[in-house]
Design a protein around this ligand. Structure first.
Ligand SMILES: [Zn+2]
Length: 123
């Protein structure tokens, strides 16, 4: 379950930002998560609650925006948008096919990252 360590990292980033602005409370955290990270938003929200207990981010609302994954074909150089099948959730396998030439010789160029986009603080 990598949601917990991920939630903890988000908390650390939000906390550092809040401290920089002398905030006493974090009320909202906006996140962008690539679909191919396999992060489950519901689990992440629960992990975030646990990770922030007793901190200045306790009770902060976690807003999550899922960004679609993108692959680039090594054969035809075109970019395709991909979504994860239920199967890849189960197996962890991520093999994507080019939408243009059906090649499986592709690389992931977007969707594997997650970042804190914004936080809302109270002074
Ligand atoms: Zn292709």
């Amino acid at each position: 379950m990598h949601e917990f360590s991920f939630a903890y990292n988000i908390f650390k980033i939000a906390e550092a930002t809040a401290l920089k602005y002398n905030a006493n409370k974090i009320s909202q955290v906006y996140l962008e998560i690539g679909e191919l990270t396999l992060i489950v938003p519901e689990l992440l929200k629960r992990s975030f609650e646990m990770a922030t207990k007793g901190s200045i981010a306790e009770g902060a609302e976690l807003k999550i925006e899922i960004l679609p994954g993108k692959i680039k074909c090594r054969d035809c150089s075109k970019v395709s948008t991909v979504t994860l099948s239920e199967e890849s959730y189960l197996t962890g396998l991520q093999l994507f096919q080019c939408r243009h030439c059906q090649s499986k010789n592709t690389e992931i160029i977007e969707g594997k990252k997650a970042n804190v986009k914004n936080i809302k603080i109270q002074e």
